[in-house]
Design a protein around this ligand. Sequence first.
Ligand code: 3Y8
Ligand code: NAP
Length: 252
Amino acid sequence: MPNVLLLGGTTEASALARLLADRGVRATLSYAGRTEKPRAQPIPVRVGGFGGADGLARFLRDAQVTHLVDATHPFAATMSANAVAAARAADVPLIALTRPAWTPVAGDRWTHVPDIPGAVAALAGRPQRILLALGRMHVEAFAAAPQHHYVLRFVDAAAVPPALPDHHLIVERGPFTPEGDRTLLATHGIERVVCKNAGGTGAEAKLVAARALGIPVLMIDRPALPARVEVTDPHAVLAWLDHAAPSAKRGV
Ligand code: 3Y8
Ligand code: NAP
């Protein structure tokens, strides 16, 4: 009998949780606990870190997990690296459920930067009105480019106001719509969008809206991740569960 641990926090993870529940597969979805009220799930949920790769390996053994699915965000690089190391240490099969990176299409005005510091450096120059669609965790880095007016979008209200002298904070969780994001860009007179190459559909709306309005985008490329089996369709994970041999040691 499978006993799946699903590292979640994305649209794809939630879609897979629904499929696992519908098939009656024993599974637990794991959140880091970054948000106050994470989306309810149709399978049991656990919240909080594991204590590094060693902590996750211990969890896999103690909970007798038979399959590990890493469906975290492409920028959750530490979690994904820990998942590879822990799965190997605990001899548990691992698969990653991710989404293809976005690629520019006609009308897109993208500039690629390798990481958050690269995005900050690219914002040197005259003051602009910027949609900083990165969430809350990396906002402080942009205090090094204080000349801009920043429109920020967080999932939860900020306990401490962001350290950006000229900002407007919107508290809203995705997924977002092209119409809603077009209104956001137009209402705030946005001249540039800064975002991560998250891929998927839940964060794509701002790109569709920027394209329609001819607004340039500063696209932060994904961090490198260790090699692992990757799929982009939740149904491919179900097929993998049917064929991936759980650890023989576990006697399952
Ligand atoms: C806690 C779980 C689902 C998953 C929905 C997806 C889509 C909506 C769009 C913008 C971009 C951003 C941010 C974003 C999106 C989905 C997905 C996605 C981007 C929740 C969630 C958790 C988080 C964590 C949060 C981060 C932040 C990033 C906001 C739940 C809602 C910017 C990523 O306040 C904080 O500390 C927030 C931190 C990590 C990035 C950051 O650096 O701030 N996501 N987002 C997960 C956990 O605890 O393990 O609350 O329900 C999930 C979703 N957010 O099931 O429907 O699939 O990506 N999330 C980015 O893409 O750049 C918003 O504003 O345009
Ligand atoms: P991260 O930087 O890669 O991970 C930092 C630490 O957070 C991990 O080492 C782990 O702590 C804990 N952690 C991360 N994801 C976890 C999970 N699903 N379950 C349990 N612990 C987890 O991760 P992050 O970028 O902060 O992402 C945190 C969560 O938000 C993930 O669920 C991710 O899918 C979601 N998310 C992130 C982004 C983003 O832009 N980064 C966007 C959308 C959703 P320990 O070392 O103690 O185990």
